[in-house]
Design a protein around this ligand. Structure first.
Ligand SMILES: Nc1ncnc2c1ncn2[C@@H]1O[C@H](COP(=O)(O)OP(=O)(O)O)[C@@H](O)[C@H]1O
Ligand SMILES: [Mg+2]
Length: 226
């Protein structure tokens, strides 16, 4: 397999072009991507917008995944450039969460449980000609949909309360537009926001400075929820 140009990079993975159809997504810390393959394959079969799984080359390691190459900006990029309004972005995020939570869980026997992304934010949505596609399923789990809504809200709120972030004002506008839309799905109940706070506090990808903003972020969600 010939690895081409670096197309994108996030907190944990690097994504390289293989050819026009496929990319190689590789965890920098050699994490095992195998559990994500089953989730992606199931969600694809359910018609949810995720990158298709590609043929894995013999040389691939467990931290490699071959995925459909998506063309288009991330939602974050579109929001920052002004190509997408905060209201449009909030509508897309809300409907991606709603649609995901209509799909039955794959493993859980609790009929209320659903597949949760738990990191669904504008940098994990790519806006393609065929519509928005959700990437980066590392944190996927099964559980109550309200926890997913709480995680997405808390991630935005943490950026909104970060005085050092150039995206703070935008994140606040997006959160303010998102929360009323999430209300229609059951909103962000306090116990789920508490669980989300604990999860974020335990996230080793966050700096101590980011962790210190979690309480203020949760308070902002309360404030904007009225
Ligand atoms: N299937 C794909 N096709 C094209 N680019 C992609 C694809 N998946 C990810 N990317 C690019 O790589 C970046 C990082 O990918 P992501 O899966 O979110 O990694 P991380 O876990 O490090 O955040 C994305 O923001 C996007 O620019
Ligand atoms: Mg990502």
């Amino acid at each position: 397999m010939r690895i081409g140009q670096l197309l994108g990079t996030g907190r944990s993975a690097d994504v390289y072009a293989i050819d026009d159809a496929w990319v190689l997504r590789r965890y920098r810390d050699s994490s095992d991507a195998t559990p994500e393959l089953a989730v992606l394959s199931y969600l694809s079969a359910c018609g949810y917008p995720v990158p298709r799984l590609g043929p894995s080359p013999a040389t691939a390691t467990p931290s490699d995944m071959v995925l459909q190459r998506l063309t288009g900006p991330t939602m974050l990029k579109s929001l920052l450039s002004g190509a997408l309004s905060y209201d449009e972005g909030a509508a897309i995020l809300a409907s991606l969460l709603t649609d995901l939570h209509t799909i039955p869980a794959r493993l859980s026997l609790d009929p209320e449980d659903r597949i949760l992304h738990l990191d669904l934010h504008p940098d994990n949505v790519m806006l393609t000609a065929d519509g928005p596609v959700v990437i980066d399923w590392r944190t996927a789990a099964e559980g109550p949909p309200a926890l997913d809504r709480a995680m997405s809200s808390l991630i935005l709120a943490q950026v909104a309360v970060d005085p050092a972030s150039p995206a703070a004002t935008g994140a606040r506008s997006l959160l303010a537009a998102l929360l009323p839309r999430l209300d229609a799905q059951g909103g962000v109940p306090a116990p789920h926001l508490d669980r989300a706070r604990h999860r974020r506090s335990a996230d080793s990808n966050l700096s101590p400075r980011e962790v210190a903003l979690i309480d203020e972020a949760a308070a902002l969600i309360g404030e904007l929820s009225g």
